[in-house]
Design a protein around this ligand. Sequence first.
Ligand code: FES
Length: 680
Amino acid sequence: MSREMPRVVFTPSGKRGQVPAGTTVLEGARQLGVDLDSVCGGRGICSKCQISPGRGAFPKHGLSVAEDALSPLNDVERRYDEKRGLAPGRRLGCQARILADVVIDVPPESQLHRQVVRKAAEVRAVETDPATRLCLVEMAEPDLHAPSGDLQRLNAALADQWDLPPAACPLSVLSRLQPALRKGGWTVTLALHRGASGPEILDIWPGFFEAPLCGLAIDLGSTTIALHLTDLATGEVIASSGAMNPQIRFGEDLMSRVSYAMMNPGGAAEMTAAVRATLDGLAAGIATEAGIDPRCIVEAALVGNPVMHHLLLGIDPVELGQAPFALATSEAATLPAAALGIGSINPEARAYLLPLIAGHVGADAAAVALSEAPETSDDLTLIVDVGTNAEILLGDRTRVLACSSPTGPAFEGAQISAGQRAAPGAIERVRIDPETKEPRFRVIGCELWSDDPGFAAALGPAGVTGICGSGIIEAVAEMRMAGLVDGSGLIGSAAQTGSDRCRPEGRTQSYLLLAGAATGGRDIAVTQGDIRAIQLAKSALYAGARLLMDRRGVDRVDRVVLAGAFGAHISPLHAMVLGMIPDVPLDRVRSAGNAAGTGARIALCSVAARRLIEENVRRIEKVETAIEPRFQDHFVAANALPHASDPFPELARIAPLPRVDFNTGGSRGEGEGRRRRRPR
Ligand code: FES
């Protein structure tokens, strides 16, 4: 052991080295590249630098730690302990000096870079690395003999104490600079943003300010908008809220909104104003609800498909409605949140928009890529983000491909006779007994199944109001498994299926899920038209996936990830019975929940993640489904349930499908029956 150059080991990072005796733990950590937080720059004010020194022998590290390895508690620490309390064994890293060999533990709350999202083991951890942080600065008072501006002396102090180049100071902050400096006794806390061309001061508080800085992760979907108020330093979500996208009144789906912009002068501007007003209202509401000073919300990260992205920016999306689907810009952008109409948070807050992948594959898909990191996977992984448009990624360590496929709104319950959005009263789960052909179901907002005692009472007065996206998928898949629907998607008659629930409706059949008389409401049935709508949607999804598989020259994938709020509710078995996704073992299908929202949150809290996704998006190979001749072939073949030609051996193993054919009334092999139908 050397008393001149003691050895120091930091845990949990394992970083080690030697430092001159007398070095503070904070300085030692900086020299060795150890992640130890500090807002006050080592003045003993912020307490962010707390550490726990070890004692005794550490054979693993080859050193033993003496009682006096660190300098004794000094006045600053004693004062802090008296006023705020220092947990037993804790020291302030900026005050404790290293005098002999020592092992130092940095607790999670003292690490500047914390894990944003703890995900399944196969996905890497993401650490916080916020673009805006608090910095305490002590600066010189003005001097009549050496006249200089307050901002210039503040910048000199930033260079001296934080080793930073001069920071830009917007007028709104400059106008508050002098009172803040004087009130704080020439000590101020700055919210400093790492801008592309240097630091920018977003806000200033007199003295030491320690409320956490927050940000908004915003997932701007064509149907819904979701906001997550997030602590920038920890990545924790403090509150979430959401609303329907107000642009729905201009058109249900993306293309109808583009048409609205084309047909109505000023239409795009109307949609821009509508979405901005909603975002601003949501931002104000979430701050109030969480009891957070809106001024502490200094960042936002936004993801959305290209049309949503352009409309938010005030760019007419007309070019996205026609080939070659040119984007105004595909690059990530950082701009004042106020320029996007989000004025209810800090007036200087910065908004970061993730990059777009292609004309039809937006920042939402980029966010999914950031969250799911297919480029780090050894397995060939298919990621589908299911919504009105399906964004599809296929890749592994070698290559990642992306496309988007127009599934339409059927998966969200639209275009379905009894369809509705996922809301209380909607059927979300369906099971059909293969013997009796009798259904049972569950409704959003009620824990009981429809055949459980007390179901009717538990339902509440609104009763069963319709069927949502996951409900219709399960219903159609269950009908296929129960032999009520054949491989071509045809519903059998009562005579063919043996179920009175199959009732003629014009020249086709429908299957009665719930007789309205039972609940005093309307009948809820699955019609032939509903099945056709689901077939069209699922064919588009599968054809997109298949196109990417063609590009990779494969017939199988190793894993499937279902993303999107809706993906979280799709049962993998039912998705596979319908042939929405390629055949894989069921335990290789995972739901990633709202991966786009997660990606937004990662980008919100990490500059490194922003740079990573900007880099990765450039490498992702884009496949344009609209101009790929094979898309149509794949689409037609995917119309059958589960598929006209692709084998589904895993599915056959766990859920062999009945060989029925209702086109002729016979019961021939599936393949024959399917080919008789004219593809749509
Ligand atoms: S760095 Fe602020 S108290 Fe130690």
